[in-house]
Design a protein around this ligand. Structure first.
Ligand code: AMP
Ligand code: MG
Length: 425
């Protein structure tokens, strides 16, 4: 038996950072930026108003107050997107909207609330008044957003290696950059094996079950940023398995489910050993003790040989998903150029006792709640590796250490978070 860490280490040894692609920024969410990106200009590009109000010379407002307004002549109006035609000189003001460039000569903006515009426009013949009363003194630069105050021309705005979030997408857009170079997403081929499996959309004859692993695994591939390539179901015979596997060899990784337990693993082994190399591991974990790992050697044009790593998960639906989280997820993230490969975890008080009979690390499915600032984890119920609803109910996988014969209710455990359920946390 090997530890989870040993298995992961070996697998990651075959997962290599992929090449780059240049794409429209909206297609790059969660991908890693492959180049340092500098702003081609100042942001904002010009001094502009932070308020709707009047652009003035601040010196003109000296002494302005509710009961002693300073009256200025309104010479112009600049909406956002326009440029003032006139300079603001002594005794004058320009009506200005948020985001509009500050007219030459003005050095402050007095917001509408500190003027008498409302009273003037309500008075007979009001409309847009030709004069405005300033009711409060302005200071130099008041309500003016300076050119380059956010980003200076030439400034590094997104560094190579950054994972693109919505905020970085916005920063690229504000710098006018529609496309960006990122590390490409891995294509991950997903293959189910088993004579008992029926594809979705078909009725269930006696003795058969629907293929669920393909869907949970392909969805996990998507969740962590990869592109699933669904290969379908291979019957438990060498020919069918071999031909479907070949269809998956243009992918960056192949994931299979089933056929790794003692009963039928010979078939998978035969095929995979013929086309590449394979080893079968027993990993000190539960669920998911058996794990196949190998790689295919694929001729890659004139570049020589390409290695396509293969992970063979057990067929039990929970085992396949948990094995994916522990082994395929970090491989996908590494291929995408990410460096944080650990699953986010929290410490929680476990609310049930869990007995560990055979010295394996148990990943129990738990519902996580927060009470008085502390996290609690309670089992989802029946923990069999065929109980797929234990995954759908769970927020996380609580780790029962391999060297603990029992973890008692009330003890602290690490929980690998599958999701952050905002209604409970
Ligand atoms: P195996 O690892 O092939 O021995 O399968 C172990 C268990 O998982 C059996 O009960 C299978 O029927 C079930 N199983 C295998 N593949 C799938 C699949 N793609 N979808 C749902 N259950 C599966
Ligand atoms: Mg099987």
């Amino acid at each position: 038996m090997i530890s989870v860490e040993e298995a992961k280490e070996k697998i990651l040894g075959y997962a290599h950072t992929l090449g780059t692609e240049e794409k429209y920024i909206l297609e790059c969410l969660d991908q890693v930026i492959a180049e340092d990106i500098y702003s081609p200009y100042n942001i904002p590009p010009m001094d502009n108003s932070a308020m709707d109000g009047f652009a003035v010379r601040f010196a003109d407002t000296r002494g302005a107050a509710e009961n002693s307004p300073v009256v200025l002549k309104v010479i112009e109006e600049v909406p956002a997107g326009s440029i003032a035609k006139k300079a603001v000189g002594p005794g004058t003001a320009t009506r200005i909207m948020t985001g509009a460039p500050v007219p030459p000569g003005a050095d402050a903006v007095v917001q509408f609330e500190h003027t008498d515009e409302v009273q003037r426009s309500k008075s007979p013949g009001g409309g847009k008044p030709a004069e405005i009363g300033i009711l409060k003194e302005a200071s130099a630069g008041l309500n003016i957003r300076q050119a380059g105050e956010d980003i200076k021309k030439g400034q590094l705005i997104v560094a190579k290696g950054t994972v693109l979030r919505p905020s970085e997408t916005g920063v690229l857009a504000t710098a006018g950059l529609a496309r960006v170079k990122v590390i490409r997403r891995p294509v991950v081929a997903v293959l189910a094996t088993g004579d008992e499996l029926v594809d979705l959309g078909n009725p269930l004859p006696p003795g058969k079950i629907h293929n669920s692993n393909t869907f949970s695994i392909a969805a996990l591939v998507q969740r962590y940023g990869g592109i699933p390539k669904v290969l379908g179901i291979a019957r438990d015979n060498v020919e069918e398995l071999a031909s479907l596997v070949r269809e998956g060899l243009d992918a960056d990784m192949l994931l299979t489910s089933g056929g790794v337990s003692a009963g039928d693993y010979d078939i998978v082994k035969d095929v995979l050993a013929r086309e590449g190399e394979i080893s079968f591991w027993t990993v000190r974990m539960k669920p998911g003790k058996p794990l196949a790992f190998g790689f295919f050697k694929v001729k890659d044009g004139d570049k020589g040989v390409r290695f396509v790593p293969h992970l063979g998960f057990p067929g039990n639906p929970v085992s396949a998903m948990v094995s994916f989280e522990l082994f395929a997820r970090p491989a996908i993230l590494k291929m995408m150029g990410k460096t944080l490969l650990e699953k986010p975890s929290i410490k929680a008080t476990i609310e049930n006792s869990v007995v560990n009979r055979d010295g394996r690390r148990i990943y129990v499915r738990v519902v996580v709640t927060r009470k008085d600032g502390k996290y609690y984890a309670s089992l989802t119920g029946e923990q069999g590796s065929g109980i797929l609803t234990s995954m759908s109910m769970a927020d996380g996988l609580a780790v029962i250490p391999e060297d603990a014969p029992e973890v008692k209710a009330g003890e602290t455990v690490t929980v690998l978070m599958l999701d952050w359920n905002e209604s409970r946390l």
